[in-house]
Design a protein around this ligand. Structure first.
Ligand code: ZN
Ligand code: ZN
Length: 365
């Protein structure tokens, strides 16, 4: 497992802001929408996981503290303590429990943009470890129970006295016979092979709130993998991916769209009714509408994930110049041009325009 700090390219004293900045920079480079290579996808996962851990102060503290040394490990605080202070500490520890908290699970969920406008409900099929119903997590065949280990007499550890320069010291190691549990299962449950849990598919109803965006993770506590020996389940995370939409794009809570307007309508103005993601929207093109103008329809964007209200629908106007003219039409346009006496084409003030903003939308992540 790569070091989370190395993955993000920050040092161990990095501030929360440094970590956020590093994540944004890497996400821009590696996000599947931007970089479709498999290698980038793998790195994006690592980067996202590293960010999840390091952006949460409690998880970061745990990570910095390093893995908690369990049985069978080398070194670690417990061993040093016991080496110098003898059996008292070893006795206080006692045998280890078979029950362990299960792991978190991750499920990717794709949603359409129109589902994001108001939120949606899904029945999701989840494949995780669940409690074994035959043994209810005891790991034992029905009618049997674990027997006390006769090597360690149920303590889970073996003490040895070793002579050293400091005198006699007592070392404590996990019992190899029972692996530190203090008991042995002589008749494992046949359904789960003594694991206390089995894999199963189940369907869970899930509310996906309005305003979610690609990369967002929704946490469902206790819906992850059930632990060994029926230990408490980890959490299930839903990672959202919003599918591409051909007509509407998104900038924060605003929806963006392009409206093609014929030249004559742009000149004379027109009332149009458009099909938005949530029904018809009336738009007034005023006479003399320019290409690149943005018409804002208030409160017809995406319902905000946090807080109330909706974003806006922003419609960029694209004036279409006719390409095929009949002889009659050409004559009319020539007459029109002759009447106008407009200035010839000339360079004007530079405009970034709506479409550049569309392209940059990911950078506002
Ligand atoms: Zn079982
Ligand atoms: Zn034992």
């Amino acid at each position: 497992m790569a070091d989370h700090y190395d993955v993000l390219g920050v040092d161990r004293n990095a501030s929360a802001d440094d970590i956020k900045r590093a994540y944004r920079r890497l996400a821009r480079e590696l996000h599947p929408d931007v970089n479709p290579s498999a290698d980038a996808a793998e790195r994006f996962k690592l980067v996202t996981h590293a960010y999840d851990v390091l952006s949460d102060p409690q998880q970061r503290q745990q990570y910095d503290a390093g893995p908690q040394q369990g049985f069978g490990g080398f070194g670690g605080f417990g061993d040093i303590f016991e080496t110098f202070f003898g059996g008292a500490a070893a006795g206080a520890r006692g045998p280890r429990s078979r029950r362990e908290r299960g792991q978190d699970a991750l499920l990717r969920v794709e949603v359409d943009l129109d589902e994001v406008v108001f939120g949606t409900k899904r029945d999701l099929e989840v494949d995780t470890a669940v409690l074994c119903e035959t043994c209810a997590g005891s790991c034992c065949a029905p009618g049997t129970s674990p027997v006390t280990c006769d090597i360690c007499h149920g303590t889970g550890s073996i003490q040895r006295t070793v002579r050293s320069l400091l005198g006699n010291v007592v070392t404590s190691n996990p019992c190899g016979s029972c692996r530190g549990y203090g008991t042995i299962i002589t008749d494992p449950c046949p359904t789960c092979a003594g694991q206390g849990r089995v894999r199963a598919r189940r369907t869970i109803p899930v509310d996906i709130p309005a305003g979610v965006d690609t990369g967002l993770r929704i946490q469902l506590p206790g819906q992850g993998e059930v632990g060994q020996a029926g230990g408490p389940a980890g959490d299930l995370y839903l990672e959202i991916k919003v599918r591409h939409h051909d007509v509407f794009s998104r900038n924060g809570d605003d929806l963006l769209a392009t409206l093609q307007v014929h030249m004559a309508d742009a000149i004379l103005g027109k009332h149009v009714t458009l099909n938005s993601l949530d029904g018809p929207v009336d738009v007034e093109l005023k006479p003399g509408t320019q290409s690149g103008e943005v018409i804002t329809v208030k409160d017809r964007g995406i319902t905000r994930l946090r807080g109330a209200g909706r974003g806006d629908l922003r419609i960029g106007v694209h004036v279409v110049t006719p390409t095929k003219l009949s002889r009659k039409e050409e004559e009319l346009i020539k007459q029109f041009a002759a009447k106008r006496k407009d200035d010839p084409p000339q360079l004007a003030h530079f405009q970034q325009g709506l479409f550049a903003k569309l392209r940059d939308r990911f950078l506002n992540l």
